[in-house]
Ligand binder design. Structure first.
Ligand code: CMX
Length: 426
């Protein structure tokens, strides 16, 4: 980890000094106002944390270190992790070291398998992922460093060590969960001669004669790698880690948030919905049939999965990347055909319905149909795919939080009578 640690050491020094200075000089400087709507609406849009890895502009979507995500679809996930942490792409020597760090610990200790095998057969794959990560907490370098009294300003280094431990194992664990949970046969051992994405595709064990599935997996990992700091999973991880809980505690907690239907589980729900339509109409429904079906959902108080977003107000560029991939590789597929038809119809229906602030598709609207096309039909697994990818962004965020000396998170809770008083209602 020598080269990466050296680069991070410089960054950490600058970040820590800058943060300290800003906090000292601008303790009382106002940078905005908060409305009651934001407080009552889930702390919506309140600029309340620092996140340097990526930004999400409502009118454009994700940029990783200021690079639009659509310019990164062919990048290697390992390079993206380096970019998230340092703001630059690795040089050749750093890339070699990165590859080593991503493969070094890809064998998973026996006790993780024992725990997973002891879990009830019908456990959700996300429960298995979160549990597997949490039981590895005993191996945290960060916790050991803290216990042995290491200086606070060096703790980012141990968070980085834990990040590589997590990243190198999480693909082995996720692939094994897939094979165990859906009766796919023995676990497939990791290889050290493959890149991170290719190794993950290999361990999942799905047929991949023309390497298009591997290509999809690499792109999937990149597209889901990060989405700034305020989303449920990243915010959770940042909050847990701000108490100096290590990466295993923090990331496991993040996965429990990602497992919610309004967040990461939406991709499972999305494909489940698309498959229901496929079954009901025996293929791609007509415009009229789909319009009626969507109104049925909305009138029943349900949401159209894969549409809308808490921040975005345009089509999610990550959807665009998946959609373009589908147009190139899956045009003959009826399930992708339904995704395509939904893209034509759902925004119109949501606009007419008039409630959703964003009527356009998010990342979850297309990703599942592509995994399904390549044989991963078990949609209960899709949020695990999301979680594996997000391990990059969340790890990078937590390394930077420790590098900059971010303090414990402690927003203020208001009582209902308290806010009523502030609003002049009592
Ligand atoms: N279908 C139907 N109604 C929708 C909707 C959709 N796709 N998206 C938003 N709405 C509704 C909301 O439920 C809300 O209704 P109420 O006022 O009755 O509560 C209203 O429109 C206003 O909501 P909003 O401000 O536009 O959206 P939010 O920021 O509250 O919620 C999100 C954002 C993603 C939870 C919501 O759009 C949604 O439920 N979408 C479907 C689920 C989904 O695709 N989630 C994945 C998001 C990506 C991710 O985080 O992984």
């Amino acid at each position: 980890m020598k080269l990466i640690a050296a680069k991070m050491a410089e960054i950490a020094e600058t970040m820590r000094v800058e943060r300290k200075q800003m906090a000292k000089q601008h303790e009382e400087t106002k940078i905005g106002e908060i409305t009651a709507g934001q407080v009552l609406g889930g702390i919506r849009g309140v600029p309340a944390m620092i996140c340097d890895t990526s930004t999400v502009n409502p009118d454009e979507g994700l940029r990783i270190r200021n690079i639009p995500i659509l310019e990164l679809t062919k990048a290697q996930p390992e390079d993206i992790f380096f970019l998230l942490c340092t703001g630059a792409f690795p040089n050749d020597a750093e890339r070699t070291e990165l590859h080593d760090m991503f493969t070094r610990n890809s064998s998973v200790p026996y006790y993780v398998w024992n725990v997973l095998e002891a879990m009830p057969r019908d456990s959700h794959p996300m429960v298995m992922l979160s549990t597997a990560i949490l039981v590895m907490e005993r191996e945290s370098n960060f916790r050991r460093a803290y216990d042995s009294g290491k200086a606070k300003d060096k703790m980012w280094m141990y968070m980085l060590e834990d990040s590589f431990l997590l990243l190198s194992r999480i693909t082995t664990i996720a692939a094994a969960i897939y094979r165990m949970r859906f009766d796919k046969g023995e676990r497939i051992q990791p290889r050290t001669d493959l890149d991170w994405g290719a190794n993950f595709a290999y361990m999942l064990g799905l047929p991949d004669t023309n390497s298009r599935f591997t290509e999809l997996i690499r792109m999937y990992l990149v597209l889901h790698s990060d989405h700034e700091g305020g989303n449920v999973s990243a915010f959770t991880a940042n909050t847990v880690s701000s108490a100096l809980s290590d990466l295993f505690y923090s990331f496991s907690a993040a996965m429990n948030g990602l497992a919610g239907p309004l967040h990461g589980l939406a991709n499972q729900e999305c494909l489940s919905f698309v498959l229901e339509l496929h079954e009901k109409f025996g293929g791609v429904p007509s415009d009229e049939e789909l319009t009626k079906e969507l109104w049925g959902l909305l009138n029943g108080g349900q949401v159209i999965p894969g549409y809308g977003h808490a921040v975005l107000r345009v089509t999610d560029p990550r959807f665009t990347a998946f959609y373009n991939f589908g147009k190139q590789n899956c045009v003959d597929d009826k399930v992708f055909g339904i995704v395509d038809k939904l893209f034509q119809i759902a925004p119109k229906v949501l606009t007419e319905h008039g409630k959703a602030k964003n009527v356009w598709p998010n990342v979850d609207a297309a990703s599942g149909s592509l995994l399904n096309y390549y044989g991963m039909t078990e949609f209960e697994f899709y949020t695990v795919m999301f979680g594996v990818s997000r391990a990059m962004g969340i790890s990078a965020q937590l390394v930077l939080a420790r590098a900059s000396g971010a303090p414990i998170t402690r927003p203020k809770g208001l009582t209902t009578p308290g806010i009523k008083k502030l609003l002049g209602m009592s």
